[in-house]
Design a protein around this ligand. Structure first.
Ligand code: AMP
Length: 183
C-alpha cells in the first residue's frame, strides 16, 4: 500500500505512521527524520537543511524532492511505503507524482489527521524537540496552513480524514477502518 500522511505538526502523524507501518508491513519514511539524520551526520545536505529546521521553514523543494526520490528507489519501498511529512507543498506533490509515474505505480490514499491548534501546540510543547519552542511551533502551524493545506484539494479524490484526538490506538483503528473501505 502506498500512503501519504498529512496533518499539522503535533497531530501525531509520526506516532500513527509507526503503528500503521507495522500493521501494514510497509516502511515509514519521514522527511523530518531523514533531515535530522543528515544534520546529525553533518552531511552537506544536513548543513543546508539545518537553518530551515531551526526556524520551522520548509527546506527548498529541490533538496527535499531529491532526498525523497533517492529514498524511494530503495528496494524496501517496492511493495509500498508510508510517507510522513512529504509532500508538504503542491510542487512536492507534483515531484512525487513524477517519481511514481516513472515507477508505474500510484498512491492508494492520503490520510489527513485533524486536531485543533491548541491541542497540537500543547502536545508539541510537551514533546520538547529542539525546534519545539512556542514561536517555532506557531510558525510551523502557519506554514502548514499556507503551504500544505492546498494539498487537501489536490488529493481530494483519495483523501481520508481522521480525527486525531483521543487515545493513540483508537485513532489508528479509525485510520485502518477508513483504509479498509473503498475511497
Ligand atoms: P517534521 O519532523 O515533519 O515536523 O519536520 C521537521 C522539519 O523538517 C520541518 O519544520 C521542515 O523544516 C523540515 N521538513 C520536513 N519535511 C519537509 C518537507 N516535505 N519539505 C520541506 N521541509 C520539510
Amino acid at each position: 500500500m502506498r500512503l501519504v500522511l498529512i496533518g499539522p505538526p503535533g497531530a501525531g502523524k509520526g506516532t500513527q505512521a509507526a503503528i500503521l507501518s507495522q500493521t501494514l508491513g510497509v516502511p515509514h519514511i519521514s522527511t523530518g527524520d531523514l533531515f535530522r539524520e543528515h544534520v546529525t551526520r553533518r552531511t552537506p545536505l544536513g548543513r543546508d537543511a539545518q537553518r530551515y529546521l531551526d526556524t520551522g521553514e520548509l527546506v527548498p523543494d529541490h533538496v527535499t524532492g531529491g532526498m525523497v526520490r533517492e529514498r524511494l528507489t530503495q528496494p524496501d519501498t517496492r511493495h509500498g511505503f508510508l510517507l510522513d511529512g512529504f509532500p508538504r507543498t503542491v510542487p512536492q506533490a507534483r515531484q512525487l507524482a513524477a517519481i511514481l509515474d516513472a515507477a508505474e505505480c500510484e498512491l492508494d490514499a492520503v490520510l489527513e489527521f485533524t486536531a485543533p491548534e491548541e491541542v497540537v501546540v500543547t502536545r508539541l510543547l510537551e514533546r520538547g524537540r529542539p525546534d519545539d519552542t512556542e514561536d517555532v511551533i506557531r510558525h510551523r502551524q502557519r506554514v502548514y496552513e499556507r503551504q500544505t493545506t492546498p494539498l487537501l484539494d489536490h488529493y481530494s479524490d483519495i483523501l481520508l480524514s481522521v480525527q486525531a484526538v483521543g487515545p493513540v490506538d483508537e485513532i489508528a483503528q479509525r485510520a485502518l477502518k477508513g483504509l479498509a473501505r473503498p475511497i
